[in-house]
Design a protein around this ligand. Sequence first.
Ligand SMILES: Nc1ncnc2c1ncn2[C@@H]1O[C@H](COP(=O)(O)OP(=O)(O)O)[C@@H](O)[C@H]1O
Ligand SMILES: [Mg+2]
Length: 370
Amino acid sequence: MKLIDINKVDVYFKDKLVGHLFDNGDSTHSFSYSDNWLRNGFSISPFKLPLEKKIFTCSDYLVNGMFGVFYDCIPDSWGNKLIDSFLSKQGIDIRKVTLLQRLSLLDKYSLGGLSFKPSFNEKIDISSINEFDKVYKKIKLFLNEDIVNDLDLYHYGSSTGGSRPKINYLIDNNLYIVKFPSSLDPLSIGEDEYKMNLLAKECGLDVPDCKLLNSKITNGYFLTKRFDYDNGEKKHVISLAGLFDLNPSLSQIHYLGFLQTVKTLCPEDLKEAVKRMIFNYLIDNKDDHPRNFSFIYDETNKKYRLSPFYDITSTPKINIHMMQVNGKDNPKLNDFIVDAKKVGLTEKEVTEFYKKLKSKVKQFSKIITK
Ligand SMILES: Nc1ncnc2c1ncn2[C@@H]1O[C@H](COP(=O)(O)OP(=O)(O)O)[C@@H](O)[C@H]1O
Ligand SMILES: [Mg+2]
């Protein structure tokens, strides 16, 4: 079967059939769980696809009629650019490639634990990556010329999310993401993101292991350990956008919605969530859209938990935060208190978090500007 003919995919989680996803041909999609998954599995999207024997239909035009949990798996601008270029080179008209067909193109390192069959991308090889400056040179060439000149870059990066160039990187059965500057970024972007991750860690936030990789042509490349891939085993992940079938680039949810979601799914993570909200404002991380917050399914305890914190960067060039606090673009301590109180935290707790985080951020800015 050709890619272009596919209008149905089987959805798997670690070799177990989860269900079937159909392209209805009218910009809507339908999904149903398999009987076996209904008996032994879990809801892959607890608000939109509860574990029930029925045919769900998604007609929300904002995410192209695709369920958020599957839309999450489809790469953003970076991965899609690589895929489009790869397909165009084979003479395929990319305007005709549907979202469902894009799920068939994902490789085994795609985000989260879901996979889709038929698959057109099983023979992926990322074992040969060793020189990151070389990879960055290929990326620059690709960004300038818009065509994939060799298959390496496509293999390394086509299933990664986000807009900044990035690749998957495997060491001893552990998977990492390495991020590179986009054509708009300063060459210090990797170092900046690394420092922000160190600061978040210093503030006691849950941050994946990370490193700054040496480079002769930039200030270094940011490497982060994949939290959805533990010793070769994949985990199911769904973003805040995915949970509610939201378009990740629109401000359709704010911090209160995020906190209420955390309270519903994993109240034990509420304090961490409140701290991330305050931290993002203190460090000026305005790229706080709902794909930059995720939840992981914990199979042992059979529940969702807040994922580690990721994509932590200061974004002075962006005007306003994607998510407001208490309806404000420039919230003060009292606004953090108002939203956090609505989910059960006390004024005293929030004030304490705010003061501690503020003093750490201040100390840190002194160190890095020295
Ligand atoms: N450490 C990580 N583990 C697992 N997934 C991650 C990790 N860091 C980022 N991601 C996923 O990759 C996507 C893109 O990464 P991100 O850092 O947000 O890149 P960008 O700066 O391009 O937005 C995220 O939306 C998230 O789904
Ligand atoms: Mg991001």
